[in-house]
Ligand binder design. Sequence first.
Ligand code: ATP
Length: 337
Amino acid sequence: MVKEEVIVNKRPQEKEYAGNIAREVLRDVREDTLSVQAITAMLATSYLGRRIIYKETTGSTNDDAKWLIGPAEQEGVPTGHAPESPAGTVARPVTGTVVIAEKQTGGKGRLGRRWESPAGGVFMSAILRPDISPDHAPLVAILAGYAVASAIRSLTGLQARLKWPNDVLVEGKKVCGILCEAVVVPVSPCRLTKEDDGDESTGHAIHPPYIICGIGINANQGEADFPEDIKKTASSIRMLRKRPVDRNALVAAVLNNLERALFRFEKTGLAGIRESLHGLWAFVGRQVVLQNRSSNDDSKTCGTFRGVDDGGRALIEVPGGETIAFSAGDLSLRPMA
Ligand code: ATP
């Protein structure tokens, strides 16, 4: 039977939070079960993860999160991230809700690719509604990657790196994939205001959209858990660290990092976390191939990877010395052999 659990919690005091983290770090990780209570005890967020929906098995946590978003939230929370309306009344606290599962049967990567989601990993989707322009929505994947890489580094000491645009690598192996999807919520045309920036003919509010931020982390799986075709490129924190990681502490650290990064991002864009991102990008200074992987285009660019600009674009120095900025779109970055 599928077990579901929903818990809404208040933010703990900072002192209490520090104590909980210390206890979790010391705790033996033999009992590797995801627990909403344990995650909540380590959260230092104001809205993100204050409502967690836990599932043992699901098709895709991104699809679950999409399903949760409905027109009702439009009444009380028109924009931004705080679950409380100015009058202090709580509408449906969808923004900040996190769906988490022990395994997924239909996990998704970019461009319809499959994300293998065997038990032992962390599969979660956060419903976000940052106050940013829709064209900045793809940058949320970079913030999420940063949140995951920082969490892995601080909890395990592994040198996690970001592979542009949406993966986290450790020792060159993929340990996390991120899929952010923008969701436009239909609103009845009579409720549209100028601020909604909506299209009255379709009745769609288009600004700001919800962003479902799906994060799949290979946490405590062993080699046998992965299918043959990804064994060479995938690994887990447990395999690389040679001992398991506390998945509850990992989830809490990711959410804490992500909320902080989103607040900074809303104020200053990616420039606000440029320093923190600096040094996390994989393949900087190396020869790379940037390839379009959509079926009707096989164009390639080769050059030296020079990092990522404040618009989230990959900077490639091509032969001749010119540096070109590429938006993610359907592009994949690979190091040259
Ligand atoms: P890109 O560089 O464009 O992101 P990608 O191949 O990494 O390319 P993603 O959409 O990020 O594409 O991830 C999906 C791919 O990741 C799958 O096609 C598969 O090769 C690989 N993959 C699937 N599940 C896992 C997993 N659990 N761990 C590591 N890699 C995986």
